[in-house]
Design a protein around this ligand. Structure first.
Ligand SMILES: Nc1ncnc2c1ncn2[C@@H]1O[C@H](COP(=O)(O)OP(=O)(O)O)[C@@H](O)[C@H]1O
Ligand SMILES: [Mg+2]
Length: 250
């Protein structure tokens, strides 16, 4: 069970309308593994996550996803004006497993309540989703994935905009999820974060590298190809860092 293959991509190309936005993507994710997806803005991180979710057209190569996926999208892309509670959102995780004519009922709401407890939000179950903090909303979406019993979690820049305690809390939760055999993919700008993962995949439209962090991150050529000019040498031998991303909206 620990070694179950969850995602397998081979020379995958995927994108929008007529053109692939990403290509040459080859990786596998196994049960219990954490994969960091590194790339500058527009590099194709979100595109790859959406391809895994089956939302985009595959132009070439193969992509096999053999587990239910739960997703936590980039915060700025969530609708916050819907009058739904945290419990409602977590309960939606049950929809995929229900026959089409059934609405979630008491059993599903109880499962959602337990999942919210588990992510530390039991007391906020009745709060309006859009009024929660960014970190709390992410944990509600993780609860939704738990209700779904997702074998894979896809987190799109989950640490951007989180304060330190929220980040540490999320980190601990991710550790729990992988130790129970789930696979986690984290799109991130944080090299330290990536260092703590089992695998790092660097993407700049095409795949630049994929492998264990001590190999991939030690290669300056890989980082330069991934980030272009945005990578800087810190003064006083402080190592390398990435300039803060400029956020743009689509
Ligand atoms: N809905 C869309 N339709 C067409 N092109 C898109 C869409 N979303 C993203 N793209 C393009 O795909 C490329 C990769 O974007 P994205 O996956 O969002 O990168 P990242 O998440 O790494 O910032 C960019 O060139 C972007 O403009
Ligand atoms: Mg993105």
């Amino acid at each position: 069970m620990q070694d179950r293959l969850l995602i397998e991509a081979s020379d995958l190309a995927a994108g929008y309308d007529g053109t692939p936005a990403i290509s040459g993507i080859t990786f596998s994710l196994r049960s219990g593994q954490r994969l960091a997806l590194l790339g500058s803005n527009g590099g194709g991180k979100t595109t790859l996550l959406r391809a895994v979710l089956g939302e985009l057209r595959v132009f070439g190569g193969t992509l096999r996803v053999s587990a239910a996926c739960g997703t936590v999208p980039q915060t700025e892309r969530s609708r916050l004006d819907y009058p739904v509670s945290a419990l409602d959102v977590a309960t939606m995780g049950a929809l995929a497993a229900l026959p089409w004519w059934r609405r979630p009922g008491r059993r599903e709401r109880e499962a959602a309540g337990r999942a919210l407890e588990r992510v530390g939000l039991g007391s906020l179950a009745g709060e309006t989703f859009g009024r929660l903090s960014g970190g709390q909303r992410q944990r509600v979406l993780i609860a939704r994935a738990l209700v779904r019993d997702a074998g894979v979690l896809l987190l799109d820049e989950p640490f951007s905009g989180l304060d330190r305690p929220s980040g540490e809390r999320l980190e601990a939760l991710i550790g729990e999820l992988t130790s129970e055999g789930r696979g986690v993919v984290i799109a991130t700008h944080d090299l330290e974060q990536a260092r703590a993962c089992d695998l790092v995949l660097c993407i700049a439209g095409r795949q630049i590298a994929c492998g264990p962090p001590d190999e991939v991150l030690a290669d300056v050529g890989v980082l330069e190809a991934t980030y272009g000019g945005a990578i800087v040498e810190l003064p006083g031998g402080g190592g390398r860092a990435i300039l803060p991303p400029h956020h743009h909206h689509h």
